[in-house]
Design a protein around this ligand. Sequence first.
Ligand code: 1GP
Length: 286
Amino acid sequence: MLRNAYAVAAKPRSGNPMRRNEQTTLEYTANSNGQTRHVTLIDPAKQDPNTAANRAMVAIEAGSSMIFVGGSTDTPDEIVHATCVAIQEAFELRTFAASQDPEADETMWHIPVVLFPGGAHALSPAADAITFMMLMNSTERRFLVGEQIRGAPYLKKFGVEALPTGYVVCAPGGRVGEVGAAELIQPEDHDLVHAYALTAQMYGFKLLYLEAGSGASTQVNPKLIESARTVEGLTLVVGGGIRTPEQARRAAQAGADWVVTGTLTEDAADLEELRTRISGVVNALN
Ligand code: 1GP
């Protein structure tokens, strides 16, 4: 499957202006200034690349601060790549338009497009970075280090920045819990999630992602977030099952640096509904 990724990589990399500035995506991710920020997750399997780009633009206008591309486990890399290119091109056009308008702030479009892969097949050289993840509570080697070994040479070759991420799936866990063969963290496992966070820190991971599963019926228990938060030096990402401003606020108040929503975007009837939904979640964060 990686062969296809190399084939699509022949296309020139689109390039986010942020990469040309001094800040890496990892620095951007870590520099929260005490604020909780929002990630819009776009699953390339759920819409065509143009629709994805339109959704990404509305998400940024509504206050989202990063785009993740990924989610489904079996999306071909051509589709992932086309989606990344479409989003990057849209952001570059908006950056250019803003640069011509004295009233506009072009830096609002310096937004990283980050791969959130289901495996080594879902990569693109047009992404700024990747959540380079160990699914820490998987019982399968493939999700601990196997997919990573397959993907690493590709990422190195195309200069996609790795965000070293410990990925921990919490109950209910959804499809990622099943496919990833995760021993789910239960809502009362405060000490266990703390041990995972410490382990992530000791491995040198920079991000810890607490995941309840896309479309989960319940979000990650805020007590688990609080427990992980006590470990220093980790940027805490929380997602899965967050659909309302109140749920987003709970995650933020428990200590999430980033709150991720995906389903919220996917099932919005149109772009205006999407704008309203994302604004509501973003405004609830701080
Ligand atoms: C899934 O955490 C993300 O990996 C987002 O989940 O689709 O439930 O928002 P939702």
